[in-house]
Design a protein around this ligand. Structure first.
Ligand SMILES: *Cc1c(COP(=O)(O)O)cnc(C)c1O
Length: 399
């Protein structure tokens, strides 16, 4: 008899977005005349930039000519893209080697697939609230997960605790769902903890391009010592609107080398290379040409224009919270605004109140972990007019 992976029985069913959809659909069916504004979207809404589109078009044409047609490409990504990413890091003060960069179809698959690199008997440390992928993928492998609390007291930025022994640590900054960002001193404390405990940090920087305050790190490799303990996952999804186009990259420094139980050594970079060449056949050439455009200076300007649009919406939301005296994190260096539910409400009750009274949809914090029970997430991925109207309506809750 084929025995199935029973760890799947331990994964909590994620009812979050289906439950939200159900409540919204029920409301719309009963109130067809009411206009619902969705600020729960975790997906970009602006189309791809015209420079990216041009690059995609020319790559399509190349595929149609015998002289320029491409079949299988390198599993790790074409050199033109790996070098483009390398130069992008270099402009931000981080020197990498091109073969430390692995191009992929996105950060979600890479963060999940990276669990292949670790033995099941590691202890995994995950923040709460959290992006559910880290928890679910480790649960699928049967790994022990411990949590660190993100709370109003620590600004939703849990810090290392020397009494806690963790082997693999997930950090996401700017954070989804809280929008909180670690500063350099805080990240240095994590890097020091990891180096001291021989741990590995899996750093999700999918929102790095939203960092606007000077001095805040956009990459963990801006922190001294990170190259011996950290792997960085990044994506063009939020940077350049690639959620449907699919392209990301993971940086695995060659300096992460661990001893095996029998005294030999394993290089994480070589292992990931082996894993990818075995289980992955690379990102489509066409997509990589579009992605490479993003890393040029003009491409970055185009992407920045899109980010600025979302940023304006985020400012509208955070200004409204300031005006109403609602406590929040995020908004400045993140597309997310994470706030304490007003009127001491539980997040699902506040969700229902918003839907029924003002027809604005957000995401209840309870969906991201126990520390989210009394919190709520709004996103800036709608257009300016809708965001403005939603905030006018939001204010009426306080009248
Ligand atoms: C959106 C997002 C990503 C990006 O995932 P892709 O698979 O590259 O689209 C990664 N991490 C977090 C926390 C996200 O919110």
């Amino acid at each position: 008899m084929a025995k199935l992976n029973e760890n799947y029985l331990n994964i909590k069913q994620s009812y979050l977005f289906s439950e939200i959809a159900k409540r919204v659909n029920d409301f719309c069916a009963e109130n067809p005349d009411k206009k619902v504004i969705r600020l729960g979207i975790g997906d970009v809404t602006l189309p791809l930039g015209s420079l990216v589109i041009d690059a995609l078009h020319s790559a399509v044409d190349e595929m149609g000519k015998a002289e320029t047609f491409k079949g299988y490409g390198p599993e790790q990504g074409y050199d033109f893209l790996r070098n483009g990413i390398k130069d992008y890091y270099s402009r931000n003060g981080v020197e990498l080697e091109a073969d430390e960069i692995f191009v992929s179809d996105g950060a979600k698959s890479d963060t999940g697939n990276f669990t292949d690199m670790f033995s099941v008997d590691n202890t995994v440390l995950v923040p709460d609230p959290v992006y559910p992928v880290y928890v679910d993928t480790n649960t699928m492998n049967g790994r022990k997960i411990i949590y660190m609390d993100g709370t109003a007291e620590n600004g939703f930025l849990p810090m290392p605790d020397d009494s806690v022994k963790a082997d693999v640590i997930y950090l996401c900054s700017p954070n989804n769902p809280t929008g909180a960002v670690y500063n350099k001193e805080q990240l240095k404390a994590w890097v020091d903890y990891a180096n001291k405990n021989d741990a590995v940090i899996l750093f999700d920087s999918a929102y790095e391009c939203f960092v606007s305050e000077p001095g805040l790190p956009r990459s963990i490799f801006q922190i001294e010592g990170a190259k011996t303990c950290a792997v960085e996952f990044c994506s063009l999804s939020k940077t350049a609107g690639f959620t449907g186009t699919r392209c990301g990259y993971t940086v695995v420094p060659k300096a992460i080398v661990k001893k095996t139980s029998d005294g030999r050594t394993l290089s994480l970079n070589q292992m990931w290379n082996r894993r990818q060449t075995t289980k992955f056949n690379g990102v489509p050439y066409i997509i990589q040409r579009g992605a490479a455009k993003v890393f040029t200076e003009e491409g970055m300007l185009e992407a920045k224009g899109m980010i600025d649009t979302y940023r304006k919406n985020a400012k509208l939301i955070s200004d409204t919270m300031d005006e109403l005296g609602v406590k929040y994190t995020g908004g400045i260096n993140s597309p997310y605004i994470w706030f304490e539910c007003p009127f001491n409400m539980y997040s699902w009750d506040f969700f229902d109140k918003m839907l029924k009274e003002i027809q604005v949809v957000g995401t209840p914090g309870a969906g991201f972990g126990k520390n989210g029970d009394n919190y709520f997430r709004l996103t800036s991925f709608n257009n300016y007019e809708n965001t403005k109207e939603a905030m006018e309506r939001f204010k009426t809750l306080f009248k």
